[in-house]
Design a protein around this ligand. Structure first.
Ligand code: URA
Length: 247
């Protein structure tokens, strides 16, 4: 399926539904707040004042709350430049989460398409489209991920061959899939992998007697981290970026 345009797919495709449900789905208002708003005469459907809380609406109806048009929400696709110190989770008792960096309504509905460790920086994709998330994260689809890796010890030439051939990580039954290592400096390399095992990059370097001291994700599939995004900033993906996982 091609995604027609950024955000054009609707969140809750509607034919006929209760007005309070529609408003609750599309504006950050509780059922109680909506019922109070109806009593206060703040809600209009097709320019008619609504008086009943169980009013039903149809596709195409114009809903106004407090002078504002309420429209059906669209699915969102975002890239975030993750700083170190933020957890890739929807909530955490100890650390701030990547959602703390997203100032959008209904942000708790966003799913993280491929998590990074607390201390890892770089590209994180977020969406409320579960199917799209699955396409990126399912092990069936071998999308590449590129990381800049800074290590404690010198990166040896034979690490290139070991990673290219695949190696057995502690506690795993299968070898890692072939990975491409490009040595950029004595302690700096670019690693391209197409899997997402737990702590995979750190465990691969540990398996060859090295230690990762900094890790930064540069891209996932064909989506590169936008160089104009400062650490902590996010932006909507372009249509081409959203569709790039369809190939
Ligand atoms: N591999 C790791 O070890 N950590 C990450 O955050 C991402 C990949």
């Amino acid at each position: 399926m091609q995604y027609p345009a950024n955000g054009l797919r609707l969140q809750h495709r509607m034919t006929s539904m209760r007005l309070d449900k529609f408003i609750g789905n599309n504006a950050e208002l509780s059922r109680t707040q909506i019922h109070i708003a109806i009593k206060q005469g703040l809600i209009f459907v097709n320019d008619q004042l609504v008086s009943k809380t169980n009013t039903h609406i149809n596709n195409g109806d114009k809903i106004i709350y407090d002078g504002q048009l309420i429209e059906e929400r669209k699915l969102r696709y975002l890239m975030l430049h993750k700083p170190a110190g933020y957890v890739c989770a929807n909530s955490d008792s100890e650390h701030p989460t990547v959602l703390d960096l997203i100032d959008l309504p209904f942000k708790n509905e966003l799913q993280i398409a491929g998590r990074l460790d607390l201390d890892t920086t770089g590209l994180v994709l977020l969406t409320d489209d579960g199917q799209w998330n699955h396409k990126i994260t399912s092990p069936k689809h071998l999308h590449t991920k590129s990381y800049l890796v800074t290590t404690a010890n010198v990166i040896t030439e034979n690490t290139i061959t070991i990673f290219a051939e695949g190696l057995l990580l502690n506690g795993e039954a299968k070898h890692t899939l072939p990975a491409k290592l490009e040595i950029l400096d004595s302690h700096l390399a670019r690693l391209i992998i197409c899997e997402g095992k737990y702590h995979q990059v750190k465990r691969m370097f540990a398996a060859v007697g090295n230690h990762v001291i900094a890790l930064h994700r540069e891209c996932i599939g064909e989506i590169d981290l936008d160089a104009s995004l400062q650490s902590g900033q996010f932006r909507a993906l372009t249509v081409d970026e959203i569709n790039s996982f369809e190939k």
